[in-house]
Design a protein around this ligand. Structure first.
Ligand code: SF4
Length: 346
């Protein structure tokens, strides 16, 4: 594997010089900006991240600003980007940088890994891109490219095999150009060596020696064990309108969508009779059923099948519900699973 991978750096860097993506965190580089961009890019497409990154940098231009961020404001800025624990970890890590590192970004791999939300890949990206250190940054894109070039038969969902590929990449990093190499591999994986058996091999700088391409087996790599099926849960959600106010409830501090705001809801798919009973048990009296909406929301491991009722009511409801007018609603972070219903409140 080492011999074939040694052929990567020269054509890759030449390709990158011509094809690099212009991105705001590359135009002005700092450890802070690289870190925030890499966290936002986890499980999220570049086009979706761009406006969030710009708004985030305007609101929190430094680590100190992020460490002092108001939680509600931070969640509201993150609203729609999903995986909210990333935002909470960013703030916790910023606080630790202020407290444990005197406000300066840590400069070693070991120190970076002590910060919440920073793993091997993110540490490698920060050190190589923003600090010029010769460290690999191997994410899913890079694993795909490398396993295709080398026709690697190991299952890349196995941490042992991922480590083997990471070690192999580490050995071929060009001294003084690791940041460029890592970004070039990310770009190549995102724009040319595409997932799901659809690589654009005719545009690839590795096509002369890529074993998967030469042997016409690109769709066989990377080898991955099948994903576990997602669990399906049913939920009934209530958009309760009282004049210009609607009821919101803050979720628990831990677990799925921790600390975010939701419409009152309960497990199960309640028909109208059972929904009426649930409302009565929760101290509200429905006097107009406006609409019923059915939709599905997918998380990483769970699918929610949602039945939502939009109802005009009287009554006060549970003590932990907050009755928000339109301005108060804007201030609270409502996750994507419920966003579809927000327009029903307008
Ligand atoms: Fe991927 Fe094709 Fe390039 Fe091989 S030649 S690395 S399969 S795009």
């Amino acid at each position: 594997m080492k011999t074939i991978l040694q052929q990567l750096p020269a054509p890759l860097l030449a390709w990158y010089a011509e094809n690099r993506r212009i991105l705001p965190w590359r135009e002005e580089v700092s450890p802070y900006r690289t870190w925030v961009s890499e966290i936002m890019l986890q499980q999220t497409r570049v086009t979706a991240v761009l406006p969030y990154f710009q708004r985030f940098m305007a609101a929190y231009p430094t680590v100190a600003d992020l460490a002092a961020a108001d939680d509600g404001e931070l969640m509201r800025l993150w609203q729609g980007l999903g995986y909210y624990s990333r935002a909470r970890n960013l703030k916790r890590a910023a606080q630790q940088i202020m407290e444990n590192f005197g406000g300066s970004f840590p400069t070693t791999y070991k120190e970076l890994l002590t910060l919440p939300g920073i793993g091997d890949y993110t540490a490698g990206a920060i050190l190589s891109i923003a600090m010029g250190q010769t460290v690999p940054a191997v994410d899913g894109n890079v694993l795909r490219v490398v396993s295709r070039v080398a026709a690697y038969n190991g299952d890349i969902t196995d941490p042992k095999n991922r480590k083997q590929l990471r070690d192999a990449v580490e050995k071929i990093l060009p001294d003084g150009h690791a940041g460029e190499f890592n970004q070039a591999m990310m770009d190549l994986g995102a724009t040319v060596c595409l997932p799901n058996g659809a690589p654009l091999c005719d545009q690839c700088p590795f096509s002369l020696f890529c074993r998967a391409f030469v042997t016409k087996r690109a769709s066989f790599f990377p080898v991955k064990s099948p994903k576990r099926e997602k669990k399906t849960e049913q939920r009934t959600v209530f958009v309760l309108r009282r004049g210009d106010r609607i009821a919101l409830h803050q979720r628990e501090k831990t677990g799925l969508l921790a600390g975010l705001w939701e419409f009152p809801n309960t497990p199960g798919n309640l028909d109208e009779n059972r929904a009426f009973s649930w409302l009565s048990e929760n101290d509200v009296i429905p006097h107009q059923w406006i609409k019923k909406v059915n939709y599905t929301h997918e998380f990483t491991h769970i699918i929610w099948q949602i039945t939502a009722y939009i109802v005009e009511i009287t009554g006060t409801g549970q003590s932990n519900w907050v009755w928000c007018d339109p301005v108060e609603r804007q201030r609270r972070a409502i996750p994507s699973a419920f966003r579809k219903l927000v327009k029903e409140t307008e």
